[in-house]
Design a protein around this ligand. Structure first.
Ligand SMILES: NC(=O)c1ccc[n+]([C@@H]2O[C@H](COP(=O)([O-])OP(=O)(O)OC[C@H]3O[C@@H](n4cnc5c(N)ncnc54)[C@H](OP(=O)(O)O)[C@@H]3O)[C@@H](O)[C@H]2O)c1
Length: 341
């Protein structure tokens, strides 16, 4: 016996990936519903590469009673309206938007890092998925924190346009084409030209001059990993379609050599160490797209501080940064709470 699973936002970047990952990981499902806005009603969507098609339903009229799990990827506004309705109908919501992440009554989960926190889902019947940049960073930092206790992290991100949804990918494609044929470039989704450029601005500005994307990395790290860890982030949008990269500088309480860190990361769940210290001996975003792991390269000691390390990590933002993590949460929920069969 399997679950009845609704994928909400099924026509979007994350929704499509969630359907693919449910199929790929053979998540036990008796029934799957694809749900999106009224614009998509009747659109046929394939569940991964399974050949199985489902017709899209309208979220406005969707009745969540009798459904076990709803994987939401529709943005904060629609989530605010519909996630509480799904939760009240007895369906556990796993949400990709930022709406509930810092709600003290909603667990924020990276299964490799803080699986026990999932038990708190019963308060609201909602579980939050972290920001894409946070997820891959948590997978990387957790084993190092366990080994030597992280005091402070400085991270610069290189975030792909798919993190801004379908519209972000279309804008990079259209602008690249326009530049090649000499057409004018009009920014719409992004604040400046993204093709052949980088933009140090993701989400809205906060009062202190940081952006909300940077703030999310700070507060989500505290909630998932350890409230004592200090973090400073600069989040940058880059003209890459899929895959976020991060340059990470870490200060520890205790000494940890680069070699010991490499050995720890080689064994850590969700991590793949590719660190050859030669031409091409590291992983870049195009190579991680479509993959589940967080790849770690360029691990080295930072001689400018006590107990400092610097490293590079990349992961597919649509997978570990969103869809894969959400499905892993569903698996964890099934194992610990919603047992079937
Ligand atoms: N992309 C990432 O790397 C990433 C990572 C972590 C979290 N997230 C979060 O995941 C969510 C979805 O992101 P995305 O990248 O998949 O966006 P997207 O590609 O723009 O897709 C948005 C989806 O939401 C649906 N939708 C929008 N408004 C709706 C409404 N009022 N009612 C019902 N459905 C509605 C759309 O349906 P229609 O096609 O019918 O319009 C579409 O299926 C966002 O909250 C985002 O912040 C994204």
């Amino acid at each position: 016996m399997g679950y009845r699973v609704a994928v909400v936002g099924a026509t979007g970047n994350v929704g499509r990936e969630m359907l693919a990952i449910l199929a790929e990981r053979e998540f036990p499902m008796d029934e799957v519903a694809a749900v999106a806005s009224s614009r998509s009603v009747g659109t046929e969507i394939e569940i991964g590469d399974s050949g199985r098609m489902v017709k899209c339903k309208n979220l406005e009229h969707f009745d969540f009673s009798g459904w076990d799990i709803a994987l939401f990827a529709v943005g904060s506004a629609a989530t605010r309206e519909y996630a509480p309705k799904a939760a009240a109908a007895g369906c556990v919501v796993i949400d990709n938007s930022s709406l509930y992440r810092m709600d003290p009554d909603v667990p924020l989960i990276v299964p490799e890092v803080n699986p026990d926190a999932i038990d708190g889902y019963v308060k609201k019947n909602i579980i939050a998925n972290p920001n894409c940049s946070t997820a891959q960073l948590m997978v990387t930092l957790k084993p190092l924190h366990d080994a030597a206790t992280i005091r402070r992290v400085v991270v610069s991100t290189y975030q792909s346009v798919s993190g801004a949804g379908k519209a972000g990918m279309d804008e990079l494609f259209e602008q690249s084409r326009a530049i090649f044929v000499g057409d004018p470039v009009e920014p719409a989704k992004f604040t400046k030209q993204i093709a052949f450029n980088v933009i140090p601005h993701i989400d809205v500005f906060m009062d202190d001059g940081s952006t909300k994307e940077e703030w999310k990395m700070v507060v989500e790290t505290k909630k998932i990993l350890d409230p004592k860890v200090k973090l400073n982030a600069t989040c940058v949008r880059v003209p890459v379609f899929v895959g976020h990269a991060e340059a990470v500088n870490i200060e520890f309480e205790n000494e940890l050599s680069a070699e010991d860190a490499q050995n720890i990361l080689r064994e850590a769940p969700g991590c793949m160490l590719v660190d050859k210290r030669e031409d091409g001996g590291y992983v870049t975003p195009v190579e991680c797209a479509g993959d589940s792991a967080t790849y770690i390269s360029r691990v080295r000691e930072d001689p400018t501080v006590d107990n400092g390390l610097t490293l590079w990590c990349v992961s597919d933002n649509l997978r570990k940064g969103a869809a894969l993590n959400a499905v892993q949460i569903a698996e964890l929920l099934g194992r610990r709470h919603l047992k079937k069969g």
